[in-house]
Design a protein around this ligand. Structure first.
Ligand code: SAH
Ligand code: SF4
Length: 347
């Protein structure tokens, strides 16, 4: 039963009181469907039980410390975990859709050279409930609009926290839970090949994106330390396994860095490397971080896109969103409300 894995603390309280089994289901529904943040709001539970739960297993595991709003409508949520870590979540409105970008770790150990989260290092993995609750809070915030998509592209490498991330995605997908269709949920990995295969074997139809950033081995090693562990041919073997197993489109993320990976030779090598009809190149503008890189101009990015397409490569260029509040991909570094980087408030 999903609720048992997701809410062990609630189950413990219920068992101690010898409550009937359906109470756990009711509590699960209150959190994942009614999106309550306080057991007092759970009108499907008896009043006395609500008070006991509030004492023994509080409804919210994350404390919402602040919301920033960008001029383009993007919102960034700053949360504190119970043990005092800061994490961020972003909600991006676009053409009637509302996409929530969630974090899976406090910081990230992968050390990609252009990423602000990578600069932080890793503090800890998030639990499934902490991962899913980010979506619940955003969903409450944007009501009566509904969350239409969830992307696991916030802080952290989701496949280093595989089990908790998957559990969170399953709750988001669960028809008795948040009930978001699996094809509206996508995870992004820097390229952990074993986990890509495992993800392909999952029964749910979640989407996957692989961060590639250059088709050349030596350049990839410079940009992403993970490339030393898994070379491009090994990564492409896992990619091939994924599409052959799932028959789903596979996205390759490619952040355009001026003078680094945005030359015609890159587009040419990409067209050769991404040689499967289900492969899709997702070009991202670089969102400024203090890492010494700079963004390819808008014109340069469009040219790169046009050239890649002319070589037969299906590709799109994603616009940058929420830049005025540092809410874009790779910029999440959990600055606290006073603007200091505050990944851990306890240390
Ligand atoms: N850790 C996962 C998912 C989170 S990052 C991964 O790396 O795939 C989501 C995407 O944003 C990745 O493709 C990542 O490489 C990219 N990214 C990181 N920093 C960026 C920045 N400053 N500007 C644009 N994209 C960035
Ligand atoms: Fe981690 Fe992804 Fe940033 Fe790399 S790009 S450091 S994997 S969050």
């Amino acid at each position: 039963m999903r609720a048992t894995v997701f809410l062990p603390d609630v189950q413990k309280v219920l068992e101690k009181r010898s409550e009937p089994a359906y109470r756990l289901e009711q509590a699960y529904s209150a959190l994942t469907r009614s999106l309550i943040r306080d057991w007092e709001e759970a009108t499907n539970l008896p009043k006395g039980l609500r008070a006991v739960l509030a004492e023994g297993a509080p409804a919210a595991v994350l404390e919402l410390r602040g919301v920033s709003r960008a001029t383009d409508g993007t919102r960034k949520y700053l949360f504190h975990t119970r043990d005092g870590h800061a994490i961020e979540t972003v909600m991006i409105p676009e053409k009637g859709r509302h996409t929530v970008c969630i974090s899976t770790q406090v910081g990230c150990p992968m050390g990609c050279k252009f990423c602000a989260t990578g600069l932080l290092g890793i503090k800890r993995n998030l639990k499934a409930r902490e991962i899913a609750e980010q979506v619940f809070v955003a969903a409450r915030d944007i009501a009566p609009h509904r969350v239409s998509n969830v992307v696991v592209m916030g802080m952290g490498e989701p496949f280093l926290n595989y089990d908790e991330t998957l559990e969170a995605l399953k709750v988001l997908n669960d028809p008795d839970g948040f009930a978001l269709a699996a094809r509206h949920i996508a995870a992004s990995t820097s390229g952990l090949v074993d986990r890509i295969r495992r993800f392909a074997d999952e029964p749910e139809q979640f989407h996957l994106a692989i961060s590639l950033h250059t088709p050349f081995e030596d350049e990839r090693k410079e940009l992403m330390p993970v490339a030393a562990r898994h070379q491009i041919p090994e990564l492409m073997d896992a990619a091939r396994y994924y599409v052959e197993k799932t028959h789903r489109k596979l996205f390759f993320e490619y952040t355009l860095l001026a003078g680094v990976n945005d030359q015609p030779r890159h587009a040419e090598a990409l067209a050769e490397l991404l040689d499967h009809p289900l492969y899709h190149l997702n070009l991202l503008r670089f969102n400024w971080t203090d890492t010494g890189f700079s963004a390819t101009s808008q014109r340069g990015a469009r040219e790169f896109l046009r050239y890649a397409r002319s070589l037969g490569l299906p590709a799109t260029l994603r616009p940058s969103r929420g830049q005025d509040i540092d809410a874009a991909c790779g910029q999440l570094a959990a600055k606290d409300l006073r603007g200091r980087t505050a990944v851990s408030l306890s240390s």
